[in-house]
Design a protein around this ligand. Structure first.
Ligand SMILES: Cc1cc2nc3c(=O)[nH]c(=O)nc-3n(C[C@H](O)[C@H](O)[C@H](O)COP(=O)(O)O)c2cc1C
Length: 186
């Protein structure tokens, strides 16, 4: 992006940050600052044909009132990215705070057991779009991708909510990043 007055590009480093050490220190500070951004912690369901996946994700937010749109940032190397790109659908599940251990179960492609109807041993059901919804979700959104936004290492999939609901009492406290000692991003 051009600086006001057309004096050249702005960033990624501010003025004065021009040595290797200064850039490294700035980079570390920027990462720590990004980690302080409050966020939720979710499980994303994806499916293409008979391949299904569940993935832990914290980069999620509502992006529009009308239509009701949600966006999720998904790493291009993830299986979830492939499945959403192929099918154009995903689910987003909120998780109970009591269930925080569950997020560790979905950080790599899951094992599907068609006989038991489980993913990594967790029972699920199919949303209208066909993507999986964890039975243990507190609430869930079923989304159809409207706009995939290329963001470099990630794609920000913006999806319209085509169905949603609660699977647990509405006042169940839901999991946030701050409830764990994990970090993602930065
Ligand atoms: C706490 C936490 C938050 C995460 N948030 C995201 C996220 O927002 N986006 C993302 O692409 N991966 C995120 N990940 C990484 C994914 O869960 C997963 O490890 C990776 O993307 C591979 O997923 P796959 O099973 O689809 O291949 C997060 C992992 C952890 C532990």
């Amino acid at each position: 992006m051009a600086a006001p007055g057309g004096t050249g590009p702005i960033g990624p480093f501010p003025p004065g940050v021009d040595t290797e050490e200064a850039r490294e220190a700035y980079d570390k500070m920027r990462r720590r600052l990004l980690w302080t951004m409050p966020s939720g912690l979710y499980v994303v369901g994806s499916r293409s044909g008979e391949q299904r996946n569940l993935m832990t994700l914290n980069w999620a937010t509502q992006v529009s009132f009308e239509p009701k749109l949600l966006g999720i940032g998904v790493e291009k190397t993830a299986l979830t990215h492939k499945l959403i790109s192929e099918s154009g659908v995903f689910t987003l599940c909120t998780i109970s705070r009591e269930d925080r251990a569950i997020v560790r179960k979905f950080t790599k492609p899951v094992e599907y057991d068609p006989d038991q109807g489980t993913l990594n041993g967790f029972p699920f059901r199919e949303a209208r779009t066909g993507a999986p919804i964890l039975d243990r979700a507190v609430g869930w959104f079923d989304c159809e991708v409207r706009t995939p936004v290329d963001c470099g290492g990630h794609t920000f999939f913006i999806g319209e909510i085509v169905d949603c609901g609660f699977s647990a009492p509405e006042d169940t406290p839901v999991l946030r990043m701050e409830d764990t000692r994990m970090s993602y991003g930065g």
